[in-house]
Ligand binder design. Sequence first.
Ligand code: TRP
Length: 476
Amino acid sequence: MNEETGVSTNTTGGGRSLFSGKMGFVLSAAASAIGLGNLWRFPYLAAKYGGGAFLIVYLLLVATFGFALMMAEVGLGRKTRLSTIGAYKSIRKKWAFVGVLASAVPFLITPYYAVIGGWVTKYTVSYFTTPADQIAQSGYFTSFITEVSPETFVYTFIFLAICIAVVAFGVKSGVEKSSKILMPVLIGMSVVITVVGCMQPGAAEGIAYFLIPDFSKISVEMVVAAMGQMFFSLSLAMGIMVTYGSYLRKEDNLEKSVRNIEVFDSLIAILAGFMIIPACFAVTGSGAGVAENAGPSLMFVVLPQIFSQFGPAANFMGAAFFLLVLFAAATSSISLLEACISIVSDGLKCSRGKSIVICSIFMFVVATVVNMGYNVWIGVDPEFVLFGIGQQGDHQILDFLDFLSNTIMMPIVALLTCIFVGWIIKPKAVIEEVEQEGVTMKAKKLFTVMIKYIAPVFTVAILIGYVLMAVGAINL
Ligand code: TRP
C-alpha cells in the first residue's frame, strides 16, 4: 500500500497506482462523501425547506441527476487516468476550463468547513469540561460564536491545524483506516440518540414533518437548495470524483460502486434527519418556527438538549458523539485539503511542501474572515447585507461562501460537465468505459437521457428561475 494515497500499487492502469479493489474505491469515496454534509447540513436544510417534501425532492435528484453526474465524473477519471484539469484537457484542450472551474470549488468550501469543524471541536471539548446541562442552555451556542474573543478563532485553528498536520506528516491513510472502524460506531450512536430523541414528547410531530411530504412546500428556492445539497453531500461538481475515478481499476463495476455510494450517503443523511428534526420539534415544543429558525446552528442547539436527557451519562454521550462527528468532519476536511494541495502544486508546478504552506496560509486567513463575520463585524454597519444574503447588519460570510459554491459554481460546473459528456465526448464514451470485462450497464437509458437533456435543461431552468425570483421578477 502506498502510505500517501492509501491506494495499492497495482499498476494495470498505465503506471498509476490504483485502488486495491472495488471496496477500496467505495470506501474512499464514501469517506469523502460522508461528513458534515450529512450530519450538519442536510438536517438543517430539511427542517428549513418543509421536511418531507425536501426529502423526496432530494432523493429524486440523487437517484437521477446525482447518479448521471457521478457516473460521468468517475467515468471520465477512469477513462483518462488523469485528475480533473488534465482529464478535460486531454480530451478537448478548450474544455480544460471546466476542470479549472471545478478546482476552484474546494478552495471555497474548505475554509468554512473548517469553521464548522471548529464548532464541533468546541462542543467536544465542552462535554469533557462543562456540565451537560450548561451546554444545553439556550444562548450557549450564540454566545460562543458571537462573543468577540479569541475562542472561536482558536477552535477553528485547532481543527485546521489537526487536518494540516495529518496531510503534512503523511498519516492520512492511517486516519482513513481508523475512520472505517469509527464510522460504524458513529452510526450506532446516532441510532441510540435518534431513538431517545424520537421518544421525547412532541417528537412525533417532527417525525410526521420529516416523513409526510407537503407538496405545497415545493418552491424554486427549495429545489435549488436540494440540488446544491446533492452536489455537496456526494462531493460532486468539484472534480473530486474525477480524481477518484482515475484510481479505479478497469475490472471494477463502476455503476454498482456509484449506486452503493449514493445509497450509503443518503441513508446517513436520512438518519441524521431523524436524529435532529424530531428532537427539534420536541425541544421547541411545537413545529411553529422550525422552518424560520433552522440554520447552520441547528445541530449545535438541538442535540445538547437531547444529551441532557441521559442524566448522569449526558457528558459521556455528548463527548463521545461530538468526538465521532469530529472524526467524520476531519476525514472530509483532510480530503478537501488534499485536493487543494494537489491543485496548487500541479498549477504552480511547485513542490508538495510549498503547496501545503500556501494552502495552509490561505485556509487560515479565509477561515478567520469567515469567523469574524459572526462576531467582530456584527452590527458594525446595521444597513449592511452581504450580497443580499442573511439579515441586515449580519456579515454571514459562511452563508455567502456556501451559497457561492453550492448554488452558483457547482450548478455551473455540473451543467458544463453534462454538456461535455452528453454532447462532446457523447454518453457512449462513458457507457463503453463502464462496459468492460463483461460488465453491462443497467441504467444506460437513464444515464443518456439525464446527461444529454434533462440534467442540463433542469439546471438552466432552475438557475434562471432562481435568479428571476431573487431579483423579484417572479414569485414561485
Ligand atoms: N461530501 C462531504 C460531506 O458531506 C463534503 C465534501 C464536499 C467533501 N466535497 C468534498 C469531502 C471533497 C471530501 C472531499 O460532508
